[in-house]
Design a protein around this ligand. Structure first.
Ligand SMILES: C[S@@+](CC[C@H](N)C(=O)[O-])C[C@H]1O[C@@H](n2cnc3c(N)ncnc32)[C@H](O)[C@@H]1O
Length: 288
């Protein structure tokens, strides 16, 4: 990794939770603080599905990346809103199937850079950039992106568990399609892919309550319905089985396990077997 132009001292906010740290805790990660755990526990009071759907999302990431490298032949990835390193990160999954895969990880949270730097120190084919995906030029003009991504070849953009952070009323972004439009519509060649997911609620009233709770913690959020999400991806071709509840996207009971669930969240595991209106919705789409 080379990211010499990034600041050496990285400020880590401790007065509010961040999505990367809170989500990392649900995946069994170690880099979280009291405020992150408090926000996750509070969310489970209203939405006990959270830990299940976070983990279903991360399991989908493995299956999507495996498909893209092993079956679709993709050799370069941009992972927007990549989150903290955990087990089976994108470059590790990809390089199992093709050692020459290149990966640019992007996240707005500086803690991701702090951990990514150490983690990727010896890997010339993977890098992590701190950037806001609502300003895609920053990502595209970054020297590491220029070094690793060749836009004359197909690229896979990962947009996993991200769309709900991009609100329709946001002056910078106006919703999920803004960041994607530039990279997928303008730059990516035919035969490129988008793997996407976001939290949805079939019931818009319940979805609004979830948004209110997360925004109350200072985490930008907009829960949408599946139909609202579908509208963002016109012009791209969903692969079988389409955009679905992620646990139904080519399930593989033999895929590698995630790190263990934190004990404080055990009681919520399995909630999505009976509560089915909140889920991570997504799939893999191809640019024709
Ligand atoms: C729920 S995590 C998902 C992590 C990973 N994509 C996955 O699916 O396992 C959401 C991540 O998006 C990042 N994020 C949120 N808004 C962002 C933005 N505007 N630009 C870049 N990253 C963002 C957060 O910091 C966090 O790490």
């Amino acid at each position: 990794m080379t990211a010499d132009d990034q600041p050496a001292e990285i400020p880590i906010p401790l007065d509010r939770p961040t999505s990367a740290r809170a989500y990392g805790w649900m995946l069994g990660g170690k880099d979280h603080y009291e405020i992150d755990r408090a926000s996750v526990l509070d969310m489970h009071q209203g939405f006990p599905e959270c830990v299940d759907i976070a983990r279903q999302n991360r399991e989908f990431l493995y299956r999507a990346v495996r498909y893209l490298v092993r079956d679709a032949g993709v050799r370069q990835f941009i992972d927007l809103g990549c989150g903290l390193p955990t087990n089976n990160n994108v470059h590790q999954v990809a390089q199992q199937f093709a050692p020459d895969v290149r990966v640019v990880y992007v996240d707005i949270d500086p803690i991701v850079l702090a951990h990514g730097r150490a983690f990727l120190a010896d890997d010339e084919r993977a890098t992590v950039i701190t950037a806001d995906m609502r300003e895609p030029e920053t990502i595209l003009e970054h020297p590491d992106t220029r070094r690793l991504i060749d836009f004359s070849e197909p690229v896979a953009v990962l947009f996993l568990s991200i769309g709900h952070h991009l609100q329709d009323t946001d002056d910078l972004g106006q919703g999920p399609r803004h960041a994607l439009r530039h990279i997928i519509d303008d730059l990516a060649v035919s035969g490129s892919y988008l793997a996407m997911s976001q939290v949805v609620n079939d019931d818009p009233v319940e979805g609004a309550k979830m948004s209110e709770r997360l925004n109350g913690w200072g985490i930008p959020w907009q829960t949408r319905t599946p139909a609202e999400v579908d509208a963002f991806f016109d012009g791209l071709e969903p692969l079988e089985p389409g955009l679905v509840n992620l646990k139904d996207w080519r399930p593989d009971p033999d895929q590698p396990a995630l790190d263990p669930v934190p004990p404080d969240l055990y009681r919520y595991v399995g909630t999505t077997e009976t509560n089915t209106s909140v889920y991570e919705y997504g799939g893999v789409l191809r640019k024709p």
